[in-house]
Ligand binder design. Sequence first.
Ligand SMILES: [Ca+2]
Ligand SMILES: [Ca+2]
Length: 259
Amino acid sequence: MKALRSLVVLTSIFIASCSSGSTSTVQVDTTTADALTPTTSTILVDTTSASSETITEPSTTTVKSVQSSFVAEVWADNWFSLYINGKLVGQDSVAITTEKSFNSDRITFTASYPFTIAMVTKDFKQNDTGLEYIGTDRQQMGDGGFVAQFTDTSTGKVVAYTNSSWRGLVVHQAPLNVSCEKSKTPDTECTSRISAEPAGWSESSFNDASWPTASTYSKEQVGVKDGYNNISWSSNAQIIWTSDLEIDNTILWRYVVTA
Ligand SMILES: [Ca+2]
Ligand SMILES: [Ca+2]
């Protein structure tokens, strides 16, 4: 297979070299031609250059993956942060402590395919009881939900979006005993399950096979609010969360974009 591709490449170069009067530039990139080739190289054949053609030998080529620019569009109830290949590239522009912090955000970043999206999403909770508006007549378990889509700006194509194949790990769950929702002493009555983030969870190399896949929800179930309609959502982009919109408060998410 590799030998055949090499033959094709060489044949292409030969044809490009022989076509007199041509002003085209032929770029052969073996990174896309053979994904199994461990080392990558780019051979440039420019028939317009005065000294006939310039061939860069594979052994002397600097390896550089093709970077693309992306825009992430996110609406979250209530807050999110976004990592690409383990690096923080942005977060919700409205603090989670802002009451009714509903808004949408656009975040740009560069990456080369394939890349790993990792996100933290948080439903607001006043403290580890998992409740909000504690001590008022609105004391309740809040609910979460979020939607995101990722567009490759060079093609305008939405290349990733939230759906049921995303994997999410709950790291803050409260209250486990939902009967405490209207308690006058929730701090002592409500119970919780709080875990540390696994080391390296946002890195490409992390193995998320044991994480549950997302549940999808309708706009009505989540009650989408301010900012949601500011974004032109792909029909593929679905609102997701874990299986419980109320007691699962902080969730780590992962999704790999292959192309
Ligand atoms: Ca909640
Ligand atoms: Ca909420």
